[in-house]
Design a protein around this ligand. Structure first.
Ligand code: TMP
Ligand code: ASP
Length: 245
């Protein structure tokens, strides 16, 4: 596979074209940002860790019938993916109230959400990724009504699988963000990544509200030990995947 030109550079990944127009190469960076890139830093080995975790989770999801953009991982921080048109939506699934949900609604941190909440945010840095309603999303033609229904269904299926997977890792899946893309056959595929950057993950064995945090909130909220938490998540994922194969 020859790598051609840089197609797009985001906050956490660089996308390159390849000699196959249907295939792109994603290079995961160590750069970390928060609060719409107002806070910037770097997390040692994050590119490798997030690429490895995402690769394993995409493979597991594929084995459970969820179509993803994942092809393979030619290097520890690189993923070959199917070229898709990313829908400009951040799809957030919440099982437990945290983060912006608590800030915007006053719900206490840790409130169980049953059934889980599926939310759509407009992926637009200039506007600060605002929360959308279904009608606003359709008004702006960010996706079709059929795509919204498909994505909602997929997001809940993915949540069901991930809750169980993370539980086997000794981790509570609080919430997470997904992105979806549309391929040349108009199929909706799960895209982007699933990693401690995009999930809230709490260590089941820890009760302390700060010590239990194993995700990017350690960076966002200056909790320290960011690299250790990311490494620990990877080690637990590898152990569970090894045990299930
Ligand atoms: P929030 O509570 O800040 O809205 O975040 C909900 C989930 O989405 C949380 O798991 C972190 C993830 N997330 C991203 O992956 N990217 C983002 O830009 C934001 C704001 C949140
Ligand atoms: N990825 C987001 C940014 O830097 C923020 C976050 O993950 O909290 O803008």
């Amino acid at each position: 596979m020859s790598v051609n030109s840089k197609l797009y550079e985001g906050k956490a990944k660089i996308l390159y074209t390849t000699d196959d127009p249907e295939v792109l190469l994603a290079d995961f960076k160590d750069d970390a940002t928060a609060f719409n890139a107002q806070k910037r830093g770097s997390i040692k080995e994050k590119g490798i860790i997030n690429c490895s975790i995402s690769s394993k989770l995409f493979q597991q999801l594929e084995a459970h019938g969820i179509k993803t953009h994942f092809i393979d991982s030619p290097a520890p921080n690189q993923m070959r993916v199917r070229a898709v048109k990313i829908l400009p939506l951040e799809v957030v699934v919440r099982n437990i109230a945290a983060g912006s949900l608590c800030q915007q609604t006053g719900l206490p941190l840790g409130t169980l959400l049953q059934p889980p909440l599926v939310e759509f945010y407009y992926k637009n840095d200039l506007l600060g990724d605002p929360l959308l309603t279904r009608d606003r999303l359709l008004l702006m033609a960010l996706a079709t009504a059929e795509q919204v229904d498909t994505i909602t269904h997929l997001a809940l299926q993915i949540n069901d699988f991930l809750i169980g997977f993370w539980q086997q890792c000794g981790i509570t899946l609080v919430d997470f963000k997904l992105e979806f893309g549309v391929d040349s056959q108009q199929q909706v595929l799960l895209a982007d990544e699933i990693s401690p950057d995009t999930c809230r993950l709490w260590d089941i064995a820890e009760e302390d509200p700060n010590r239990r945090v194993m995700d990017k909130d350690r960076f966002r909220r200056d909790l320290g030990n960011v690299e250790n938490a990311y490494q620990e998540v990877l080690q637990r994922v590898l152990k569970v995947v090894e045990a299930t194969n």
